[in-house]
Design a binder for this molecule. Structure first.
Ligand SMILES: C[S@@+](CC[C@H](N)C(=O)[O-])C[C@H]1O[C@@H](n2cnc3c(N)ncnc32)[C@H](O)[C@@H]1O
Length: 221
């Protein structure tokens, strides 16, 4: 296994499962943000039932499962075997959901075309956009949407940053790389890679003690 897969397997063990139902009593739902019951829904993807939609870094696949429940063909890709084991354990009965263990760029290089591609705090945050954006552009149908969400950057900390995944108290944390940019830098990067209709907003955190919002970026091929 690669160091990246080992790091994300470690992360997977620390992350709880998605709740059985949300505050509206729904068994599947889409969540773009780090907060429960917060933010927009799947309409950001601008796709209808029957569409082929790709989740890059799907994790335990709660969002992809929601799209499958809406009648889409949802393809989830994740580098972590443990994340996918959890995803399969929970969603294997759901028709329309396809899961692959793969690194995002490698998967895209051999994939068919998609009507939309998205990533929620996922591979788009943790892969050099100079590698990933051309690979997505090549597999997104003309007019199809790319949408991704992640934490906004810390002011002054741009480009490749270190993310630490804690382990036991007598072990060093594992490190994965992530790429942080302000909204205007994302707009420029996406335009440079041939995307149009680029929008980037920071959605405020819900009322409470936590204040970090969610950067949500969308563009069209
Ligand atoms: C913070 S988790 C988010 C998971 C999920 N999208 C969610 O919202 O719960 C990041 C996920 O991206 C996956 N990931 C990171 N880099 C990746 C890559 N280059 N290719 C595929 N998956 C990747 C990790 O294994 C992990 O499951």
């Amino acid at each position: 296994m690669t160091d990246t897969a080992i790091a994300w397997d470690t992360y997977s063990r620390q992350r709880p499962e998605r709740r059985p139902v949300n505050s509206r009593g729904e068994t599947t739902w889409f969540n773009w943000t780090q907060y429960e019951d917060h933010g927009p829904n799947a309409e950001l993807l601008d796709v209808a039932p029957g569409a082929r939609v790709l989740d890059l870094g799907c994790g335990k696949a709660g969002n992809a499962a929601h799209l499958a429940a809406l009648g889409m063909h949802a393809v989830g890709v994740d580098v972590s075997p443990k994340q996918l084991t959890a995803a399969r354990a929970r969603w294997s009965e759901l028709p329309g959901l396809e899961l692959h263990q793969a690194e995002a760029v490698q998967f895209l290089q051999q994939a068919r075309e998609f009507d939309a591609v998205y990533s929620v705090f996922g591979a788009l945050w943790f892969t050099d956009p100079a590698r990933l954006l051309p690979a997505i552009r090549a597999r997104l149908r003309p007019g199809g949407r790319l949408v991704f969400s992640q934490r906004p950057p810390v002011e002054g900390c741009y480009g490749c940053q270190a993310s630490y995944i804690p382990r036991g108290s007598d072990e060093d944390p594992l490190v994965v790389k992530r790429w942080d940019y302000e909204r205007d830098a994302w707009k420029q990067l996406l335009a440079e890679h041939g995307f149009g209709d680029v929008r980037a907003e920071v959605l405020a955190a819900p009322p409470g003690r936590r204040t970090v919002g969610t950067l949500i970026v969308s563009a069209r091929a």
